[in-house]
Design a protein around this ligand. Structure first.
Ligand SMILES: Nc1nc2c(ncn2[C@@H]2O[C@H](COP(=O)(O)OP(=O)(O)O)[C@@H](O)[C@H]2O)c(=O)[nH]1
Ligand SMILES: [Mg+2]
Length: 369
């Protein structure tokens, strides 16, 4: 699975600083042409210590981490100030798997705040409202179009399906009218499936990234607690903190210096690790590994996926022709040092089609097509 996450938020909150940090790019920050900027696109390698530790056992030709694509929208100045988000940027948002909503909690008076004061909860509400408004207009337009379709449809299944769709969209419209994101609406699995086609923004999982002040990094909960309580009212939402500017400076240091500096600052792990873990938790994702002399690789699947579904992430042939999987826990494999030793110690299990993949499993798929 290839995840696409789009970074959103009002101007000057540190979106581009975070994007650079996550993707290793060097897009200039703090700039603002006035007009809308291009969307920046970059790829982050998902850090995985487990994979890194397995690599020396196999000395493979290639090591492949999972990846997340990040997009930095470069919103126009008015966006998030009641002037709306342009159609092009809404299009970029709609093709995401998740939204990373950056809010500013750093105070630095040398960075102008478009609203005149630092208030992460207000800024969060501002963009959330724009997303609600965008979805409201999508639902409204579809309902307008579906009415004549209902009148024109033959009585029976076809008409009933359209009526069900209209009723569902009307429920969505009502929720959006009350400024409720669609994540919070109770939906049956088939309703959710139908709505997915509309690519509603408030249906997407949202991770709120609080960009902390350097002075608050060691004791982040004071700043985070009120934001957590706002976010906790919504489903499919999470909170994570970064200190984008400080962490960008740390990223310039040598690895040893970076570790020491980070500890001293009270940041126990790099922003990328914290943000990726929060994203995996929010989206309900797990990783498994394939190993060998050619390639050691991490794969990302939905929590609850079965062995054949995991095999399908590697190649559709492996899912189609799935026979069984040989499975060993990554830490068992590391401890004994080789697959042969793992077999000798009965640490390798054979699992069939209904096995639900456990996070951190090393899997060898046996298949026949
Ligand atoms: N003090 C401080 N400044 C920051 C932090 N993050 C970003 N900035 C500064 O805020 C300005 C705007 O950052 P930028 O990433 O361009 O924001 P964007 O408009 O949301 O993309 C830049 O001058 C950054 O250096 C932070 O955590 N602390
Ligand atoms: Mg920017």
């Amino acid at each position: 699975m290839s995840l696409v996450t789009t970074i959103t938020g009002i101007s000057f909150v540190g979106k581009t600083t975070l994007f650079d940090l996550l993707t290793g790019q060097k897009i200039p920050t703090g700039t603002f042409a006035g007009a809308e900027a291009e969307t920046n696109v970059g790829v982050a390698k998902v850090p995985d210590e487990r994979l890194d530790k397995l690599v020396p056992l196999f000395a493979p030709k290639k090591v492949t981490h999972a990846e997340i694509t990040y997009r930095d929208l470069g919103l126009a100045k008015g966006a998030g100030a009641g002037e709306g988000i342009s159609a092009k940027k809404l299009g970029d948002l709609r093709t995401s798997d998740a939204l990373l909503h950056v809010v500013r909690a750093f105070r630095d008076p040398s960075v102008p705040h478009p609203e005149g004061s630092v208030d992460p909860e207000r800024d969060l509400a501002t963009i959330d409202l724009e997303l609600v408004v965008a979805d409201h207009s999508v639902a409204e337009k579809r309902i307008e179009r579906i009415e004549p379709e209902i009148r024109g449809a033959r009585a029976g299944g076809e008409r009933e399906a359209k009526e069900r769709e209209r009723d569902l969209l009307t429920r969505c419209l009502d929720a959006l009218g009350d400024e409720r994101p669609l994540r919070d609406v109770d939906l049956e699995p088939d309703e959710l499936k139908l709505l997915r086609g509309y690519r509603f923004l408030t249906l997407m999982p949202q991770l709120v990234v609080v960009n902390l002040d350097e002075a608050d990094v060691a004791e982040p909960e004071t700043v985070l607690a009120p934001i957590r309580s706002v976010v906790a009212r919504h489903r499919s939402s999470g909170v994570v903190h970064v200190c984008a500017k400080l962490e960008a400076e740390i990223a310039e240091l040598s690895p040893d210096e970076a570790v020491a500096f980070r500890e001293e600052a009270g940041l126990h792990e790099p922003a990328l690790e914290r943000v990726v873990r929060a994203t995996y938790d929010l989206l309900g994702l797990v990783s498994f590994f394939t190993v060998g002399p050619d390639e050691c690789r991490a794969w990302t699947i939905d929590k609850g996926a079965t062995a054949p579904e995991a095999a399908g992430a590697i190649h559709s042939d492996l899912e189609r022709g799935f026979i069984r999987a040989e499975v060993v826990r990554w830490d068992d494999l590391l401890r004994v040092g080789s697959e042969a030793e793992a077999k000798k110690h009965a640490l390798v299990r054979t699992e069939g089609k209904s096995w639900v993949v456990e996070d951190g499993s090393v899997i060898n798929v046996l298949f026949n097509v």
